[in-house]
Design a protein around this ligand. Sequence first.
Ligand SMILES: C[S@@+](CC[C@H](N)C(=O)[O-])C[C@H]1O[C@@H](n2cnc3c(N)ncnc32)[C@H](O)[C@@H]1O
Length: 466
Amino acid sequence: MRPHSEKKWILPCEWASQPTIAPMTNHAPALSDSLVAAAHVLADVENGRSMTEAITHIPSELRPSTQALAFYAMRHWGLAKGLTGLLVQRAPPNAVVSALLGLSLVLLEAALQAAKGASMPGTPLYAVHTLVDQSVAATQTQRDLMSYQGMVNAVLRRFQRERDQLLAKLSTNLEARYNHPSWWVHRLRRAYPDQWQSILDVANTPPPLTLRVNRRRATVASAVDALTKQGLTCTLLDDFGLIVDQPRAITSLAGYQEGWWSVQDAGAQLAARLLDVKDGMRVLDACAAPGGKAAHLLELAAIELTAIDVDGARLERVQHNLKRLGLSTPALHLKAADASKTNTWWDKKPFDAILADVPCTASGIVRRHPDIRWLRQEKDIDRMAKLQREILNQLWQTLAPGGKLLLVTCSVFPQEGELLAAEFATQHEDAVRLPAPGQLLPVIRTVDNIQTDHDGFFYALFSRNA
Ligand SMILES: C[S@@+](CC[C@H](N)C(=O)[O-])C[C@H]1O[C@@H](n2cnc3c(N)ncnc32)[C@H](O)[C@@H]1O
């Protein structure tokens, strides 16, 4: 990819709505360069690579604008695929061109909607002619894309002419309508006959920037005060949670370096509190990386924490995060280890409390990771549930009599939630199920000025009979 040129400065609006991206500068890249970079990322996702990973391969000056475009595209990828299928007889052999077409088509649809006065917050908006010009120009930024110039131009112009008929043809196409794989839509519809559409709507909405205040270093009042001095406003969630109403790069926010807060969805903020840890307890976080819930446990009480994760590289992020928050104590033991193989890491001293935030399909957090829905396959649900069962069964042996184990998944599929918990309870006679939220569906709601805005999680709490 060539370095960005100083052509036209066009700023995607979604820059303001993604928590992890850099603030706008006066040196925004040309849209054609960002389009082609985003097309590379989208082609990578089609090829099975996560978007987080794919974006690291994009030159840093293009990353914020690329991320904004790629996030938007992933939230509209069902429509993108549906339209491309109707407009292109034979898919181009070049995966980047296919992705560029899909991306440009959904951006063009947004531009056409906006021209009629309808636009959704967080949508990257461009004038129709700019978008078509820049999409065509994008094919000229790389030698192997050049021969597709005419094709991209023709497809985008045909979409403009035939938009209504094309969209009508897709009206019964579940994937195009809900921007999730059709098996995913069917599964949700079966599990949640009354809520499946709102779950899908939330999944297609950009997430808020939610913070959890580190009570060892700050209070909600002091954090809000510092953020207000930066010209930001906040919505308070509870004693420790708040939403920054104008999301921006987290490293630019007051209190980041000082470790006053962590970024954590409000639904995830329940975990550590449910485990109700007390000073002196011996606690295990069995799937700890990147350390959001481990940090919260350490903020709540002076515990001895063993934090393990099978992924050594991810475990380094736990170390980094805890250091920033001032929570790296001698009573913290980090180990790269497999929770389902206790014989490789457990010292036979039972734990008083265990957090089992087990690996899952992550179907509850797709608004933060919109590529997940396209990367997963239906068979992953059973595969993950099997792994979750193995991990839970092993961890149970390490829990002290009278101790508590909290099962957490960030999934909305019952196989990774209630079905898993119910099966575990029937197979372990010494397990007593305690009150916990169960399935928390993703929601965005304001009632009586109280905002509820969180991702999807499952929580089940067990105590072990003495
Ligand atoms: C949902 S994430 C944990 C999030 C973390 N608790 C937090 O709050 O930041 C699941 C983690 O499980 C880890 N994992 C997957 N299989 C594992 C296994 N067999 N043993 C331990 N960790 C595992 C993954 O590497 C991943 O970091």
